[in-house]
Unconditional design. Structure first.
Length: 123
């Protein structure tokens, strides 16, 4: 499957959520219950939470970081680690991200088929 992208997208592989999120996938869904179908959606591989500004997306990155997710590799060639921020209107991930494929306003987990599109107002 693939997820729809809008504005600023924070994307986390579900396998990372299952490993690192306190309470796992079930707790993540419970914590985001009121947002699912609004600014949050997911497929079988990727979880997406969105924002409309750089400030708002940075709050989301900080929130996930506080939950124990590694955000950016701080080496000479910084890249996203446990999550990724995508700005779809300007071409994709804001830093390199080796586990995601972005095509236009969609994203899917690398080495997985694209399949059906999931997201806000997708028919």
């Amino acid at each position: 499957m693939a997820i729809k992208l809008e504005f600023y997208d924070l994307i986390v592989p579900i396998k990372n959520i299952k490993k690192k999120y306190k309470g796992g996938w079930k707790q993540c869904l419970k914590d985001h219950d009121g947002l699912i179908g609004g600014r949050v959606w997911y497929d079988e591989n990727l979880f997406r939470n969105g924002a409309m500004s750089p400030t708002d997306i940075s709050y989301l990155v900080d929130w996930w970081s506080e939950k124990g997710f590694e955000t950016i590799d701080q080496s000479d060639s910084p890249k996203w680690l446990d999550l990724c921020v995508v700005q779809s209107t300007f071409g994709g991930p804001t830093k390199p991200c080796d586990w995601i494929v972005v095509k236009g306003r969609t994203a899917h987990l690398k080495n997985e088929p694209i399949g059906e599109l999931v997201g806000s107002e997708v028919s």
